[in-house]
Design a protein around this ligand. Structure first.
Ligand SMILES: Nc1ncnc2c1ncn2[C@@H]1O[C@H](COP(=O)(O)OP(=O)(O)OP(=O)(O)O)[C@@H](O)[C@H]1O
Length: 323
């Protein structure tokens, strides 16, 4: 089966810009897959999604959705995709249900089908009692759910979701996650851009991490986490008591089984939090780590075990520097 999304050597340079926003990006998304597109601010995610949804013209390379080249045949491509943007862009002159029906009609969905689909999607998104509500009277979570319903009404092959749970309360977030997971069984391909690593780890079959318009890595969240040096982590919160903080990573790396040490507290924080990536069973290292610190009269206020997460992978690949 052809990939649902196929990006080959994609390049985008905005006019007057000195560098490429997308710089030779290639990846594929399989039909029915939930794909997480991750990257720091300015990495080129929105530009890539913009190209795939025909809103941005590529400078070079190719991009296909559902087998259709987005630059060569944007009209056909638009029938294949739907976008749920981060900001509410519902039509405020229409009520909730009319927003769905109007969108379906724009995409050529037949009259009875669009009314049937509107009711079905309102129910599925927990909005059956909001059919006649004005857009301005919907909560942020309800508006978000209505935008997902609107995106699905013309039965797109690929759904692009931009930060789907930003600003949602925990219940709404779980609800939206459940609906996204349901799409997998409906065979809808989902491309999810998010800065929420828990969300990406939970929902994505595979994630691609981009930075500076290039793909840094692409794999399942589990494989990426496994690829981190060390199989677990030990977090240590300490007060150096005069011991040179710069010498701490070295001191702790010398403990048998510690593979890498990273400072996770900000530079100006008097309390130091260090994350130790360990190859051995992390629990077995608590004693030796505490001992090494104690011998240098370093106060330990907390020592805890943790498993690495997708966030650790992300930080390892893209660094801690603010963009
Ligand atoms: N319309 C535009 N004109 C000029 N430069 C742009 C335009 N849109 C984006 N850029 C630049 O292209 C680069 C990639 O931006 P893009 O918005 O694609 O990144 P992003 O990964 O989506 O970031 P974020 O996570 O902040 O949404 C950035 O350097 C940005 O400043």
């Amino acid at each position: 089966m052809a990939p649902a999304v196929e990006v080959v050597d994609l390049v985008k340079r905005y006019p007057k810009s000195r560098s490429n926003a997308v710089d030779g990006l290639s990846f594929e998304v399989a039909p029915g897959e939930i794909f997480g597109l991750l990257g720091p601010n300015g990495a080129g995610k929105t530009t890539t999604v913009g190209i795939l949804t025909t809103r941005v013209l590529p400078t070079g390379g190719s991009a296909r959705v559902g087998g259709v080249d987005v630059a060569a045949d944007p009209v056909a491509a638009r029938q294949k995709v739907a976008v749920v943007p981060q900001r509410v862009n519902l039509d405020r002159s229409l009520n909730a249900r009319q927003n769905l029906v109007w969108h379906a009609s724009y995409h050529g969905v037949g009259r009875s089908e669009r009314h049937r689909m509107a009711d079905e999607l309102l129910a599925r998104m927990g909005l059956a009692d909001k059919a006649k509500a004005r857009v301005d009277d919907l909560s942020g979570g309800q508006a978000q759910r209505l935008m997902i319903a609107r995106a699905l009404i013309h039965r797109p092959e690929v759904l692009f979701l931009d930060e789907p749970s930003t600003g949602l309360d925990p219940q709404a977030r779980l609800f939206v996650h459940d609906r996204i997971e349901e799409l997998r069984s409906d065979g809808v391909t989902v491309v999810l851009t998010t800065h929420d690593m828990d969300e990406a780890e939970k929902l994505s079959d595979r994630v691609g991490v981009v930075d500076h318009g290039r793909l840094l890595t692409l794999d399942t969240p589990e494989a990426l986490i496994r690829s981190l040096p060390g199989s677990g982590t030990v977090d240590a919160t300490i007060r150096p008591n005069g011991f040179d903080p710069a010498a701490l990573p070295r001191l702790l790396s010398d403990v048998d089984g510690v593979e890498r040490v990273e400072r996770i507290s900000p530079e100006d924080d008097p309390e130091l939090r260090l994350r130790l990536y360990v190859g051995a069973e992390p629990a077995g290292l608590l004693g030796p780590v505490a001992q090494a610190l104690h011998e240098r009269r370093i106060t330990v206020s907390d020592l805890s075990l943790g498993a690495p997460t997708l966030e650790d992978v992300f930080i390892e690949l893209t660094g801690r520097e603010l963009r």
